[in-house]
Design a protein around this ligand. Structure first.
Ligand code: NAD
Ligand code: IPM
Ligand code: MN
Length: 369
């Protein structure tokens, strides 16, 4: 049977702390469900490596990672050591682009036992998934500065919306919406103000919509869409957005559901030509780093998404992966309901207390709902 090789890259700050817990839970799941996961840790793609070597990663990083089935990633960035655009464009954003991870899936859910900042919301009212375009859009390094240090100084920052890039993320989102019970797709736009890229995005969304007559499509401008995340989160099922809008919505959504410490993400190359990358939505959190108080669930849930992704092509082992994914999710639900809880959830438990509790439930717990 196949051994899945996973590159573990903790990165900076709490990336290291949540990685420890993620590995703990993944190993518990592998043992319980008879799957073979082989983790290899890499001590680059972090800001200390940059201070030592002058770059975020070794020159042959792509060769080093190419044979892996996936990358399990913590978080990168420590702005006091390295400017963020250098550390991120030198690591995470390179992975997303060069491994063509053009889908970024970011589920948002309100769990039982998690205090919700929105009034009168209960579990079930917030349960949607953001599909974020992940390789182009507003995230480019195209443009430049002119008339530097004069009073005519300006910068231009270009966006890219290619037909292939736009269509493939829309298609993925329509297919996902089609496969879900509610069959609703919200398309984030801003075609009233952004005069070229966003009308194009809308045009491609309408064209794609014709191929999915069963999906109820709703184009919403990003401003009111953000407001509705807060006021009417139950309206949403699948939300597809450009790179920047998807970035913003995928912090706002989890904040509405209690804490960004829970939010996972799957950066997918659906064709499996390159490794996909699984990471929390949150960053390296320098403000709480080193204190063992970060919530490890975003990292652990990201690991569950990785198991699910492996399962899709795992042949006779498919069932094992699905059960492993479900057992991790169930353990997360149980710990959110009964504790221990980290401070972002109003508790006083440590990162490792929470990771231990989840790993224990995955190893010994009842795995059926
Ligand atoms: P952040 O997500 O690191 O932190 C924002 C706030 O949320 C902080 O108050 C932090 O303490 C809290 N928080 C984050 N994760 C938490 C967790 N698991 N449990 C409890 N609280 C948590 O965002 P930031 O402060 O804007 O960025 C810090 C650094 O991380 C920057 O260098 C930024 O560029 C980088 N960053 C990296 C990634 C990534 O690698 N994917 C994502 C976002 C930010
Ligand atoms: C995320 C992060 C990254 C992004 C940053 C760190 C470049 O915020 O994964 O959401 O904007 O994509
Ligand atoms: Mn973000």
């Amino acid at each position: 049977r196949k051994t899945y090789r996973i590159a573990a890259i903790p990165g900076d700050g709490i990336g290291n702390e949540v990685m420890t817990e993620g590995l703990k839970v993944m190993r518990a799941a592998a043992a319980r469900f008879d799957i073979d996961l082989d983790f290899v840790s890499f001590d680059w793609a972090n800001c200390d490596y940059f201070l030592k070597t002058g770059s975020m990663m070794p020159a042959n990083w792509k060769d080093l990672l190419t044979g892996f089935d996936s990358i399990y990633f913590g978080a990168v960035g420590w702005p006091d050591k390295v400017p963020d655009h250098i550390s991120l464009w030198g690591s995470l954003l390179k992975f997303r682009r060069e491994f063509d991870q053009y889908i970024n899936l970011r589920p948002v859910r309100l769990f039982e036992g998690v205090p919700c900042p929105l009034a009168h919301k209960k579990p079930g009212d917030i349960d949607f998934i953001v599909v974020r375009e992940n390789t182009e859009g507003e995230y480019t390094s195209l443009g430049g500065k002119m008339f530097e240090d004069t009073d005519r100084e300006f910068v231009i920052q270009e966006s890219i919306f290619s037909r292939i890039g736009t269509d493939r993320v829309l298609k993925f989102a329509f297919e996902l919406a089609q496969s879900r019970a509610r069959r609703r797709l919200t398309v984030a736009t801003k075609s009233n103000g952004i005069a070229i890229s966003m009308p194009y995005w809308d045009e491609r969304a309408h064209a794609m919509g014709e191929r999915f007559p069963e999906v109820a499509v709703d184009l919403q401008h990003i401003d009111i869409l953000a407001a509705r995340f807060v006021l009417q989160p139950d309206r949403f099922d699948v939300v597809v957005a450009s790179n920047l809008f998807g970035d913003i919505l995928s912090d706002l959504g989890p904040a509405c559901a209690g804490t960004i410490g829970l939010a996972p993400s799957a950066n997918l190359n659906p064709e499996r030509l390159f490794p996909s990358l699984f990471e929390p939505v949150h960053g390296s959190a320098p403000d709480i780093s080193g204190r063992n108080i970060a919530n490890p669930i975003a990292m652990i849930w990201s690991g569950a998404l990785m198991l699910n992704f492996f399962g899709e092509t795992a042949g006779h082992q498919r069932k094992n992966f699905r059960e492993a994914h479900d057992a991790v999710l169930l353990a997360i639900e149980q710990v959110l309901r009964n504790g221990p809880r980290t401070p972002d959830l109003g508790g006083a438990a440590s990162t490792s207390d929470m990771g231990d509790a989840i790993a224990r439930l995955v190893s010994d717990g009842d795995t059926h709902r």
